[in-house]
Each structure stands twice: as structure tokens, then as C-alpha cells.
Ligand binder design. Structure first.
Ligand SMILES: Nc1ncnc2c1ncn2[C@@H]1O[C@H](COP(=O)(O)OP(=O)(O)OP(=O)(O)O)[C@@H](O)[C@H]1O
Length: 585
């Protein structure tokens, strides 16, 4: 089923309105089609009046009723066209709203891998320009096409009725036109697909520049980056030029056929008038009907081109919608039956980001509830991977991970994410007030609660120095705050959510030394009775930990307390000595 067909089938709720709309457009087109015959009668009445030397008053007396009819017909046409277009715009916006909601809701349910595999710029252009293309076609294209088809059918029928011979010659030319335009609209689909992927790539390139501008400048890579974006821009230009070639070809082609048709009416019609087989008024009606056919023909071919673009856009949208959601098979809730909440076990766990590349093999870890564990290891060792597995961002290949004895695959995602909280290295701040940002995980939190956790996270002091305090609106991912301040907000957010297990990924790495000491104190109090897993890069964290997991190449190479591991004199001792000598772990 083509994307357009599928879209039509999925918009069944609007079919009744569509039928009403088509009825309205048919009425409007009938008004339009009936006018030229009456105009022809006016011309014939004037010509015969002049030929028989009638005075002007007599001539007008014979046509005044027709003129009144003409005014009524044109008025009726305008009114029905207006209602038709208004209705279509409303049907169009409702249908696109439903599609937009469906797509954005579906994005939330997609697995994390999907976002790793797709560029953000490309996803954005699917959500914006592809949906806009659909909205434009439905709002303007459908009524345009329906009235064009009805107009063409009506006008050709009238031409055949007036003069079958002349009418058939004109239809032959129209058929040639339709064939050319069908070819053009097919080409448009291919061109649009190319155009949209070039646009997606360009958006992603620009996004990288905007996000990475400070780094680009630091490394003096402006020229290299500009060259890369220029290549993407050049690709976009070429595909847009190709699209313009296709769409701009329509109008001259239709005009050319139109002019040929006018010549045919003038020559063949003129000869027929001389032979007396047709009146001058009918020839005048023919000229108007040719106009009534050629205009909708060029409009409908443009719309057909748009339909092809829309079909391609819908295809890209359905690609996202059809990506299977992350299925939440778990129905158990954590925290109901436990005596030691927050106990985590890895039992013979195998994991790889791709099935062919098993990165972690036979991992066994036991983290007792309420303990503080520090994970240490060189970069790329697998520290973040371990916490990603606890959060079930990725599924393991073999073995099982349990919390309080329950396999996390059997736990609902909601319960899992309520139980396990995370503070990541990149503080995520959204556009909203500071209070909204802190209260993110608990939407009904009172202002007192928010202030309480902000105090615990040592954020209250700096928040109160801001002009609007807790009501200060943060924009652009919190760019107006320092990195440390952003991180304090996310720490306060995690405290408010009050999870049983807290994962901290270098949570204090961006806070200055004085603040770090204060935050650490607050954390120690808060972490009491709570399991905490810290991806540690700091001495203070390691010393406070109940035990350490040393990770290398996806394997737990050592576990134990700081003193035990130092005494063992293995990997950890080496890491620690490097750290003590001033390097990070
Ligand atoms: N989404 C992903 N897809 C494929 N491979 C990944 C993905 N995330 C991480 N990896 C790979 O898995 C390995 C472990 O990465 P991980 O992020 O767990 O390391 P880490 O110890 O946390 O490193 P760092 O201290 O630098 O943050 C690395 O080789 C990394 O390239």
C-alpha cells in the first residue's frame, strides 16, 4: 500500500466530511462550467442584434435576464469555493495534527538505539518539513485537485456538447498534456526523497556547528567545518535545483499546449463559423472553456507533483511510526516485597551493543542494598555501559540482572525508573523555570519541597541570588548558568525524585572544589539507606565507597574495598597511583 493510500485509509474519521466537501466543490464547479455557455448566448444576442440593426436598448432587453443569471452563477461559485476551501483547511489541519501527535508520541516509545542510529537533524526535518509538506498538500492540494478534475470534466463535456468535432480535437491535445504531466509527477517523488535526505544531512551538519561552536573555535577547525558544511550545502543546492527543474517545467509545458489549443479553436472554429456550423458565441464559449481546462490542468499537475512529494514525505514519517516501540513486558513493581531495598545482582551477564560484538562476558556483581559502590576504570572500559544495563536502556544477551531478587525484564519501566535515579555528567536542563527543572521528576512537588532539596544540593544559595529566584526562566539548555550550577539543579532534581538507587556519573565533576565538599556532605546524608553507584573520577568518592568495581575492556577485573585493592597491588593500585600523581582515573 502506498503511503498516500495508507494515509487515506487511516483518515477514515474524516471521510464523511470529505464526501460533503466533494459535493460542495462539484456544485462550485457546476456554477463555473455553466457560465461560458450563457456568455456565448450574450455574444450571439449582441451579434445578431447588430446584424439586424436593433438599437442598444432592445439588445440589452434581450440579455438582461442572462446577465442577472451570470452574476448569480459567479456569486454562487465564489461562495461554494470559499466554503470548500475552508472545510478542507480544517480537515487538513485535524488530520495533520493527529499525525504529528502520533509521530511525536511514538518517538518517546522508541528504544535508545534508534536515537544513536539516526541523526538529530534528519529526525527534525521529518517532524517539521515533511509534516509541513503533508499539511500543505491536504489543506490546499486536495480541494485544488478535486475542483480541477471536476472543472476539466465539466468543461470538456460542455465543449463536446457544443461541438463534438472541435471538442474531440481539443481533448486529444489535453490527453498529450496529461501524459507529459504524469511523467513529471513521477519524477518529482524521486527528486523529493533526495532533496529531503540532503536537507536532513545539512540540518545535522548545522546542528553540530551550533552545539560544538566553542570546541570548533578552540581547535581552530572553523575552516574544516565550514568546508564540510559547504559540501552538504552544495548537495542540498544540487537536489533543490533538480527539484526546481521538475516543478518549473510544468507551467511552460501547460502554457505551450494551451496556446496550441487556442490556435486550433481560432483556425478550426473560424472555418466552422464560415461554414455556418457553429455560432461566434459558441466559439467565444470554447475559448473560455479552453481556459477552464488549461488552468486546472496546470494546477492539478502541480498538485500531482506535490502529491508525489507528499507521498515521499509520508513514507519518511511512516518509517519513524513503523519502527517498533520498546515493548514493556514487565508488570512487576519494585519495592513491595523487599527487606533490603536496592540490592542489585548481575548474574552471568553477557552484553554487546551489536549482537555480533559481545563486549561484556559473564559479568557477576553483587551490590547489597544501601551500599555505595564506585566504578573505576580507564576510558571506554564499560563503566557507563554497566549503569545503562541497570537502567535497561539496552537488553542483555544472556544471564540476568535483578533488583531485590526480581529480574529487571519483569519489572515495568515505570517502576524501574522510579526506583533508579540518575545524575549524568551532561546536566539536562529544559526551557522552563528553575522550580520546574528541579520538580521535573515529581510534577506535583510543592515549592517548599523544591526549596528543601535545593538546599540539600547546595543550590538554594545561588538560586536566591538570581533576579527571579526559583521562577527564573532557563533557556537554551540552561546556557545562562554555569556548568556547576546546572549540575547542582540536576542533583536537586534527583534528590526530589527520591529513588531507592542513585546512579551518579561524575556528578560533581563540574562543581568547584568548595561546592564539591558541600555537595558531598549533603550527599552523604542523603545517600544513607540508599544504594548508590558512582562512576568515580575523584579521590573523595572512592574513599567513601563501601566497595569498588574495577572495569577494564568490559570485564570486572577486581572488586573490593579501597584498602583491599591497594593491598592486592593489581590494576586498581596502578590506577590509584596514577590518580594520586595528579591524573584522573
Ligand atoms: N551506543 C553505543 N553503541 C555502540 N558502542 C558503544 C555505545 N556506547 C558505548 N559504546 C562502546 O562501548 C565501550 C564502553 O563504553 P562506555 O561508555 O561504557 O565506557 P566508559 O568506561 O564509561 O568510558 P568513559 O569513562 O570514557 O565514559 C566503548 O568501546 C564504546 O565505544
Amino acid at each position: 500500500m502506498s503511503p498516500l493510500h495508507r494515509f487515506l485509509m487511516e483518515s477514515k474519521s474524516q471521510w464523511g466530511w470529505l464526501a460533503l466537501l466533494i459535493l460542495e466543490l462539484i456544485t462550485a464547479a457546476m456554477f463555473e462550467v455553466s457560465a461560458p455557455v450563457l456568455l456565448g448566448k450574450v455574444v450571439d444576442a449582441i451579434v445578431s442584434g447588430l446584424q439586424t440593426d436593433q438599437d442598444i436598448n432592445t439588445i440589452f432587453a434581450s440579455i438582461d435576464t442572462i446577465i442577472l443569471w451570470l452574476i448569480a452563477i459567479y456569486g454562487g461559485h465564489a461562495l461554494f469555493t470559499y466554503f470548500g476551501e475552508y472545510m478542507m483547511a480544517s480537515i487538513g489541519s485535524k488530520t495533520v495534527l493527529a499525525l504529528r501527535t502520533r509521530m511525536s508520541t511514538h518517538l518517546y516509545s522508541l528504544p535508545i538505539e534508534y536515537f544513536h542510529d539516526h541523526q538529530r537533524g534528519d529526525l527534525l526535518s521529518r517532524l517539521t518539513s515533511d509534516l509541513d509538506a503533508v499539511a500543505e498538500t491536504i489543506g490546499e492540494g486536495v480541494p485544488g485537485l478535486v475542483s480541477a478534475i471536476i472543472g476539466i470534466i465539466g468543461a470538456t463535456a460542455m465543449m463536446i456538447w457544443i461541438s463534438p468535432m472541435l471538442g474531440i480535437s481539443i481533448i486529444a491535445i489535453i490527453c498529450i498534456g496529461i501524459l507529459c504531466l504524469t511523467w513529471l509527477s513521477k519524477r518529482a517523488r524521486r527528486v523529493y526523497l533526495k532533496n529531503q535526505s540532503a536537507l536532513g544531512a545539512f540540518n545535522s551538519g548545522i546542528e553540530e556547528i551550533v552545539v560544538g561552536k566553542p570546541i570548533i573555535q578552540t581547535f581552530g577547525l572553523e575552516e574544516t567545518t565550514t568546508n564540510q558544511v559547504n559540501i552538504l550545502n552544495d548537495n542540498l543546492f544540487k537536489s533543490m535545483r533538480s527539484a526546481a527543474f521538475t516543478s518549473q517545467l510544468v507551467e511552460p509545458l501547460v502554457k505551450f499546449l494551451n496556446q496550441i489549443t487556442y490556435c486550433l479553436v481560432a483556425i478550426q472554429g473560424g472555418l466552422m463559423v464560415l461554414r455556418g456550423s457553429i455560432s461566434i458565441g459558441d466559439i467565444q464559449a470554447f475559448f473560455l472553456y479552453v481556459g477552464q481546462v488549461s488552468d486546472p490542468l496546470s494546477r492539478s499537475s502541480y498538485i500531482l507533483t506535490k502529491f508525489q512529494e507528499t507521498s515521499a514525505a509520508l513514507g519518511r514519517i511512516y518509517e519513524v511510526i513503523d519502527t517498533p516501540s520498546e515493548i514493556d513486558k514487565g508488570n512487576k513493581t519494585l519495592g513491595d516485597t523487599t527487606t533490603h531495598p536496592g540490592t542489585i545482582d548481575f548474574e552471568h551477564v553477557d552484553f554487546g551493543y551489536t549482537p555480533s560484538n559481545v563486549f561484556m562476558k559473564d559479568i557477576n556483581i553483587h551490590i547489597p542494598g544501601g551500599s555505595m559502590v564506585a566504578i573505576v576504570g580507564p576510558t571506554g572500559a564499560g563503566k557507563s555501559t554497566l549503569v545503562n544495563l541497570i537502567m535497561r536502556f539496552y537488553d542483555i544477551i544472556n544471564g540476568r540482572i535483578t533488583i531485590d531478587g526480581i529480574d529487571i525484564r519483569d519489572v515495568s519501566r515505570e517502576s524501574l525508573h522510579n526506583t533508579v535515579g540518575m545524575v549524568l555528567q551532561d546536566a539536562w536542563i529544559f526551557t522552563g523555570t528553575i522550580a520546574d527543572n528541579i520538580g521535573y521528576g515529581k510534577p506535583n512537588a510543592s515549592r517548599e519541597e523544591i526549596k528543601y532539596v535545593a538546599k540539600l544540593a547546595m543550590a538554594d544559595h545561588f538560586i536566591r541570588t538570581l533576579p527571579d529566584g526559583y521562577d527564573t526562566v532557563l533557556k537554551r539548555g540552561g546556557d545562562d548558568l554555569s556548568q556547576g550550577q546546572r549540575q547542582l539543579i540536576t542533583i536537586a532534581r534527583a534528590f526530589l525524585a527520591d529513588p531507592t538507587i542513585l546512579i551518579l556519573d561524575e556528578a560533581t565533576a563540574n562543581v568547584d572544589t568548595r561546592t564539591e565538599v558541600e555537595v558531598q556532605k549533603a550527599m552523604n546524608t542523603l545517600l544513607k539507606g540508599r544504594t548508590s553507584i558512582v562512576i568515580a573520577h575523584r579521590l573523595s568518592t572512592i574513599k567513601n565507597a563501601d566497595f569498588l568495581l574495577v572495569v577494564e575492556n568490559g570485564t570486572i577485573v577486581e572488586q573490593g574495598t579501597h584498602h583491599e585493592l591497594i593491598e592486592r597491588g593489581g590494576h586498581y593500585k596502578e590506577l590509584y597511583e596514577n590518580y594520586a600523581a595528579g591524573m584522573t582515573l
